[in-house]
Design a protein around this ligand. Structure first.
Ligand SMILES: Cc1ncc(COP(=O)(O)O)c(C=O)c1O
Length: 287
């Protein structure tokens, strides 16, 4: 779709109403409606699938570039990942960049947990070590919801390939999908200040240390979780059995099956609860 551009100016970053609406609408905004398949991670935030279904597209789950690209129209990556906190290595990211370019398929990385690396430093798809100097075919999605604890502001960002950014921006403004000026001002202020991001990250780190120790002491295992706001926990049993066990202690977790069949033996425990609630969970797990 190409619409008239009376203003002549195209932003290199598109503010979005949080990142969730962008994730859900991206296939539609890119004009991919109709036929084709969207690749999403094996275990994934559900909105990638919602966006594909909304655009009449099929979904295929994979963590590695497939040999067969036949009808693939879009790739979603999520690093650090929700729910499992897995961070893609530079080599994995480069493999997706090469695959997307070889097949002419846009590769989009949802990086809303990018500032929350614990054991590793997450790298953006757009970093020169990954993409080189050329962002053709690549997009990155970011959000202030996690790094600034600002979910209520609905403040997200899209950047990358200028041609794709322009297309998304043109369609969005004709749909009225615009971020109010006060929220944009708040976003600019938040993005110019690293101190509050560091402070919040340390708060999450302290919760993570306490909760992770208690989870392990309770006999469960934590997989991945090297970044992000969750612990990906398993007792090597069906996730609903673990959910039941936790519910008996008054602890709410998310069943891994919500995120795809490969998550069926894990549960997701969030670090977003207040300190006092984390301490209560620690006491119940170890008491
Ligand atoms: C992977 C991922 N992407 C996007 C979002 C959407 O966040 P928001 O719309 O608040 O930016 C979330 C929220 O949990 C998420 O986990």
């Amino acid at each position: 779709m190409r619409l008239a551009d009376p203003l002549g100016a195209v932003p290199s970053v598109v503010p979005t109403v949080g990142s969730k609406e962008l994730v859900a609408l991206l296939p539609t905004l890119l004009g991919l409606r109709g036929a084709g398949t969207v690749l999403i991670p094996e275990v994934a935030y559900p909105t990638y699938e919602v966006g594909a279904v909304l655009a009449g597209l099929a979904v295929r789950r994979t963590d590695t570039p497939p040999a067969d690209a036949a009808d693939v129209v879009l790739v979603w990556l999520n690093s650090p990942g929700n729910p499992h906190g897995r961070v893609l290595t530079d080599d994995e990211l480069r493999a997706w960049v090469a695959w997307g370019r070889a097949h002419g398929v846009p590769v989009v990385s949802d990086e809303c947990y990018a500032t929350l690396g614990w054991d590793v430093e997450p790298r953006s798809l757009l970093h020169p070590e990954v993409a080189g100097e050329d962002h053709t075919g690549l997009l990155a999605v970011h959000s202030l919801s996690k790094q600034s604890t600002a979910a209520g502001y609905r403040a997200g960002l899209l950047s990358g390939d200028p041609a794709l950014v322009r297309q998304v921006w043109e369609v969005r403004r004709h749909l009225g999908l615009l971020v109010p000026t006060p929220v944009q001002a708040a976003m600019a202020a938040a993005l110019a200040d690293d101190a509050h991001v560091d402070e919040q990250r340390e708060r999450y780190r302290a919760r993570r240390d306490r909760l992770a120790a208690a989870v392990r002491a309770s006999g469960a295992r934590i997989d991945h979780s090297e970044a992000g706001l969750y612990l990906w926990v398993t007792r090597d049993e069906d996730c609903w059995t673990t959910i039941d066990r936790l519910a008996g202690l008054g602890i709410v977790a998310a069943p891994g099956a919500f995120y795809g069949p490969a998550g069926a033996r894990h549960v997701r425990m969030a670090l977003t609860a207040l300190d006092e609630r984390i301490d209560a969970a620690v006491a119940r797990l170890t008491g």
